[in-house]
Design a protein around this ligand. Structure first.
Ligand SMILES: C[S@@+](CC[C@H](N)C(=O)[O-])C[C@H]1O[C@@H](n2cnc3c(N)ncnc32)[C@H](O)[C@@H]1O
Length: 237
């Protein structure tokens, strides 16, 4: 005669078998659908009417630079560089000789498959075989390697000197959460943080939500671009 615990376990196993049969072992699509309404809830709580919205991310970068930076120097840290398009844009925007631009990337692509609805970006997508972007600007420095290995040694030596801008364009939940949590001490009030794939609800969005919850952080939304919060810029409180 099975005990109550054995019966409960058999029951739970049966239920999970039924769920697996119905939605499959990887419930990514289901996860995405279930989580998608969180973005709309977030919008209602965090994005006041009149928040600047742009069609393209470069217009949002230009707006942030014009309204918040002007001629002043910046410390710009980008996580997820690939061929350097966004970093190049920021370095071209800001010509102050005291500005510093740091680009972090494995330059070997994504460390794991990016959980997206279409499942198209698999591990190693964005691999450039270690090639650094060709940006002729002495103010730009690249830090090659996995963030999980490169960020801490960088932080030991880095002292912010100017307005800090952190650009997170690493696509993955794990990468975004790692960067946010390791940089927490740097993300002082006023720091600008830009996300590039914000509406990928299980990734950068989820990472920001979890980081803010665990570290009791708050922010204001400065601007957004692309379809329904593709890119979002926030300022830490
Ligand atoms: C979408 S691409 C960056 C695109 C770039 N910002 C642009 O505008 O063209 C994402 C990059 O994040 C990098 N990446 C993601 N997670 C990483 C990690 N944990 N460590 C190092 N690089 C990572 C990948 O190698 C990839 O090049």
């Amino acid at each position: 005669m099975p005990s109550a615990v054995q019966r409960a376990m058999a029951n739970a196993r049966l239920k999970s078998k039924v769920v697996i049969a119905k939605v499959g072992r990887d419930s990514l699509r289901l996860d995405t659908i279930v989580n998608l309404p969180k973005i709309e809830t977030w919008r209602r709580e965090h994005v006041p009417a009149g928040t600047p919205a742009f069609d393209h991310r470069e217009e949002m970068y230009d707006h942030l630079h014009e309204t918040l930076i002007g001629d002043n120097p910046v410390d710009y840290l980008e996580f997820g560089v690939f061929e350097g398009n966004s970093l190049r844009h920021w370095a071209n925007l800001n010509k102050n000789a005291d500005s510093r631009f740091y680009g972090f990337d494995s330059f070997e692509g994504l460390p794991e498959t990016w959980k997206r609805f279409d499942n198209k970006m698999v591990k190693a997508h964005f691999d450039v075989n270690g090639a650094l972007p060709d940006i002729e600007d002495d103010r730009v420095e690249f830090i090659a390697g996995w963030f999980q290995e490169s960020v801490d040694p960088f932080l030991e030596k880095f002292t912010p000197e100017s307005q800090l801008i952190v650009h997170i364009d690493a696509d993955l939940y794990s990468s975004a959460l790692y960067v946010l949590t390791r940089l927490n001490a740097l993300l002082v009030p006023g720091t600008i943080v830009v996300f590039d794939e914000f509406s990928s609800v299980l990734n950068e969005f989820q990472a920001l939500e979890n980081y803010c919850s665990a570290y009791q952080r708050e922010y204001d939304v400065l601007a957004h671009s692309w379809y329904y919060f593709g890119q979002v810029a926030i300022q830490m409180r």
